[in-house]
Design a binder for this molecule. Structure first.
Ligand SMILES: [Zn+2]
Length: 339
């Protein structure tokens, strides 16, 4: 089941990668939306998958899980009739007999919990940073602590742009650029986008394509915020120079600004960002309503079709397996490993 889910999610992400590649002349906001729609679409897949597994589980459950449930209390009614008290006298019979699929499910769940814990810890750290800060001009605040190293934008109901404590020594132009960049993240709701991407990574932690998709989405968000800064009349050469200077300064600082769910102005893909900032042919327009709706609906519909195809395939598989189950042969073959 996990392998199948990995293939299906991979299909959605490959489509997103192809679309993003085809839209290389479009604005970064469009490519960001492609990745975001794909990652959001992945979040509905478990729902469809769960519905499918209900069907899959119910049918074999007559043959297999009845065995397991009854067997858990006293494995095999026929053999237990001669030993009515065996479930009390042989506690070892209660030991779970995990199938490889059960084991995989548990490993998957453990991975999800670890990712969610990491995400929750990151969000908690970000909230704590906002407490130890001073308000400048809403929603801009300046940290009074050693962290963060770079400006970050976060929050849904009460969004905040948090500048590092060093920003007190910044020039007016640098501060203007940084604030414009982070305000663009807030306007674009990139914090929510990042949460969606992190949730998708948590659920599909076993699929490296999901992590790569989330990374590509975040890179496009940075470029879209850069476009917004340039749209405010900042010269591309000035902005690129400032970005490069800040990247050099951050590189000299100990530690990295690893804040879950937050956006930072300085990130790893600095070269491609600078190249794009200085490009005179790059399109920097934001999103318009109709193409945005069309893209979101199209991507979500494709994801639903993929999930639906999974349902149909499993239903037909379960139907074919139902006949021998009723005849009493299929279930015996299927649980051959159980004994
Ligand atoms: Zn940014």
């Amino acid at each position: 089941m996990i392998l199948e889910l990995a293939l299906k999610t991979g299909g959605v992400l490959v489509l997103a990668a192809v679309l993003a590649r085809l839209c290389y002349r479009a604005s970064a906001a469009v490519r960001h939306l492609i990745w975001l729609s794909a990652l959001a679409g992945l979040l509905i897949m478990p729902v469809a998958g769960r519905l499918a597994s209900w069907d899959l589980r119910v049918l074999p459950a007559d043959g297999v899980s009845v065995d397991r449930v009854v067997g858990g209390a006293g494995s095999g009614p026929a053999s237990r009739e001669s030993e009515p008290c065996c479930s009390l006298t042989k506690p070892s019979a209660v030991q779970p007999n995990w199938s490889p699929e059960d084991l995989l499910r548990r490993v998957w769940l453990l991975g999800v919990l670890v990712c969610l814990a990491r995400m929750g810890a990151g969000l908690w750290r970000v909230r704590r940073l906002a407490v130890d800060s001073v308000e400048l001009e809403p929603p801009v605040r300046r940290s009074l602590a050693a962290k963060p190293r770079t400006a970050i934008a976060f929050g849904i109901w009460k969004p905040v742009v948090l500048l590092p404590s060093e920003s007190i020594d910044w020039s007016a132009s640098r501060r203007q650029m940084v604030v414009l960049h982070e305000l663009a993240h807030l306007r674009r709701h990139d914090f929510v986008s990042n949460l969606i991407a992190e949730l998708a990574c948590a659920i599909y932690w076993f699929n490296p394509l999901v992590w790569l998709g989330a990374r590509a989405m975040r890179a496009e968000a940075e470029s879209a915020a850069d476009d917004s800064v340039l749209g405010n009349g900042i010269r591309a050469s000035d902005y690129a120079s400032e970005l490069l200077r800040m990247a050099a300064e951050i590189g000299k600082l100990p530690g990295r600004p690893a804040l879950s769910g937050a956006s930072s102005m300085i990130q790893n893909r600095i070269e491609s960002r600078l190249e794009r900032i200085l490009s005179s042919s790059a399109r920097r327009r934001g999103l318009t309503l109709l193409p945005t709706l069309g893209l979101c609906i199209g991507m979500l519909a494709f994801t639903a079709i993929v999930a639906g195809a999974r349902l149909a395939a499993q239903e037909s598989a379960s139907q074919t397996s139902a006949a021998p189950t009723l005849s009493g042969q299929g279930s015996a073959d299927r649980k051959g490993g159980v004994g």
